[in-house]
Design a binder for this molecule. Sequence first.
Ligand SMILES: Cc1cc2nc3c(=O)[nH]c(=O)nc-3n(C[C@H](O)[C@H](O)[C@H](O)COP(=O)(O)O)c2cc1C
Length: 631
Amino acid sequence: MDYQQLLLKPKTLALLTASSTIGYYLYKFFTTPNIPEDEGGAFKFVDIDPSLLNQSVQVKKERYVKPDGSQVPILVLVGTEYGLSHEVAKKLEDQINELTGFWARVVDMEEYEIIEFEKEQVVLIITSTYGDGVPPTTARPFFDYLDANQFQYQHIQFCVLALGDRSYPHYCKAGKMMDASFERFNAKRINHRQEVDQEDWSVFDKWIQNVCNIIPKLEGLEPRADDYLYEKAKSFALNQGKHNKKKPYLSKLVQKKKLTQGQDRDVFHFEFELGDSELKFIPGDALAILPDNQKSEVLKVIKLLKSSPTQKVNTPSWHYQETDQTNPSQITLEHILTKCYDLHNLKPELLTTLRDHAKVASEKEKLAKLLEAGTSKTNESLHKFLEIHHLVDVLEMFPSARPSLDDLLSQLSKLLPRYYSIASSMDHDSKNVALCVAVVKYQLHGSERIGVASTHMADRMAIGDRVSIFVNNNPDFRLPEDPKTPIIMIGPGTGIAPFIAFLQQRLLQENSGENHLFFGCRKSTEDFLYSNELKQWESENKLKLYTAFSRETSQKIYVQNRLEENSLEISNLLQAGAHIYICGDANSMAPQVHETLVNIITKHQSMDQADAELYLHRLEKQKRYQKDTWF
Ligand SMILES: Cc1cc2nc3c(=O)[nH]c(=O)nc-3n(C[C@H](O)[C@H](O)[C@H](O)COP(=O)(O)O)c2cc1C
């Protein structure tokens, strides 16, 4: 996986490793031009993609006709952070709706309050796991609600698909919790819990197929005109804030400042206006940016497809229309390749389609070889290939393989939002939201490649230009409730971003405790981000700043070296109840910082290493040790 091209935010790992979609769907309802609502042509509630509004092209109309009482309603309940679970749920919904006599609809766990479980007969649960084995952020209230109650769900038949990643200690924990809750409520399991390691469509598809085979054989199901979700969902939609993940805000860029000197790597400070968006965030939260792909790359793809930028194609279901205008059923190829599709992270199924259409034998053979061990994650050479090849590369490598445009597009992933830690506090500036972003550029196959969102902001946006944004809460990265509590922040490079927000907030609080910041970069003259602000706060005794410049001395100095040098002070602060925060690259820095902290505790608190680990683990559980790391 090409880590570099994407992001700067922790949870973006999901975008890289797992997810190929995002749920910024709106709560809205179908009003297809062909079937007016008052003629009974509307509309089952599903958690609807904005673009599906007024869009009848690629949906089967009959799916959305209000149930007439001849079908059994099936609830597909989804907990997702970045949308992969939602994508699987939509596929399941589609396939159930192909079955005669069943009517499935997807509901996000976020809206659990609209569900009347006493009316449900079949509940199919799909959820991912995040953080330290916790449910997706917006699904947490639903998990808490189930935890706090003892319901009787004997009338419900259920099963669980748990998405996760084996490299985490609490593999698929949220799915396991859901499974246990429904079991505790005496619901009847219709299939064993399926756990899935990362994005593996071969397992998803098999599970969907399995469930679709099981459903028609279930006993005791009653057809029902169960449209209660329709009205409820409407009021839920009205109660939502004006702008959110499902309805991003089209914000104007109001500040763009380069924070670095020299040629190596550019880092920018950006500010976007909040206008009347009513977007709210607190220090620790992240901002999502919905980027555009680079025009030259889009045009190259179109040329390789021997098509034209103005070619009209079906509007993808997730296309977000920022204005109140209806979403056209067809848009130009250039537009959708710019806004809707991921041109870098390719699905294995794309190669299958190319293989099936390759006319030249050598191309067909090469593709067949790549695919001979299947499309699942176990086919390492295939996945290595996909990590380092973008759409332009495969189109160049296999010029004879040209499926129809519709077929090709259907094998591309959605272009996902990118998440960045917010670098400002609303109490300090309520009108704008700030980001600190490293511009991602690198070489691949002899040509320059770019990170989509960072270059969108840095190279393709001028002051006054607009981009869609929404706030992503990060409840696991928060300042202490008591402002008097001292804090230790460790944030090299762009890991400084949330700490600028923290500091702005703390400096506004009366009698706030000590602020210690460990910052590291290459050179004090090149990439010392926010140096003016930090030095100013330091000179006013509001901040104790520890800097590590790795390329200024013969021996490289990193933040962990500064931590070691100040080990007694850190140990004392921890014993005095300080909260400690790490933000930065999980691969290169977080483990070393953690190890250094263990050593510090071992040294000054007379513990052995195992006890020191346990001590930090306890701090983590008490939310006194929080990490916001990215990969
Ligand atoms: C920051 C982060 C933390 C994660 N934590 C866990 C975890 O504790 N256990 C697990 O099984 N998977 C974990 N995952 C993996 C996700 O559950 C997995 O990528 C899933 O497919 C995402 O699905 P979604 O897009 O529907 O949210 C984590 C992923 C990220 C990015």
